[in-house]
Design a protein around this ligand. Structure first.
Ligand SMILES: [Zn+2]
Ligand SMILES: [Zn+2]
Length: 127
């Protein structure tokens, strides 16, 4: 895919993601708490992520393993900072059109979450 735009719930923060290719679900308990469910996101090199509006509203929470970045006005989850890569929440990108590549941290998924589809499921990290 070419560049895809994302926007938070209040619309004050906007960003662009270049060339997203991998859509994954993380079922860890940190993502569950952060989003209210599993986190569906695209994994991209951090240089492929650019804010186009409202970067000053973005707040970082130093969560264990991966700091969380969110809109301080509306609370929308924007991205999870994995270091070299960002895990960017898919729900903010209305034009994103990718088939899920895999589910990770499935060992920690919510009891009520019934995972469907054919994407591979990994108990912890893929590979
Ligand atoms: Zn917002
Ligand atoms: Zn997670």
């Amino acid at each position: 895919m070419a560049a895809v735009k994302g926007s938070c719930l209040c619309g004050k923060v906007e960003y662009e993601v270049e060339d997203p290719q991998t859509l994954a679900y993380c079922h860890c308990t940190r993502c569950q708490r952060w989003t209210g469910s599993s986190l569906a996101g695209v994994v991209i090199p951090k240089e492929n992520f650019h804010f186009t509006k409202g970067e000053e509203l973005v707040t970082r929470y130093e969560s264990e393993f991966a700091p969380r970045n969110f809109c301080s006005n509306c609370g929308s989850s924007i991205y999870d900072d994995l270091g070299e890569n960002y895990f960017v929440a898919a729900g903010l990108m209305q034009d994103l059109d990718l088939t899920p590549s895999f589910h990770m941290q499935v060992a920690y998924k919510a009891n009520w979450h019934d995972i469907g589809g054919d994407a591979p499921q990994y108990a912890e990290m893929p590979g």
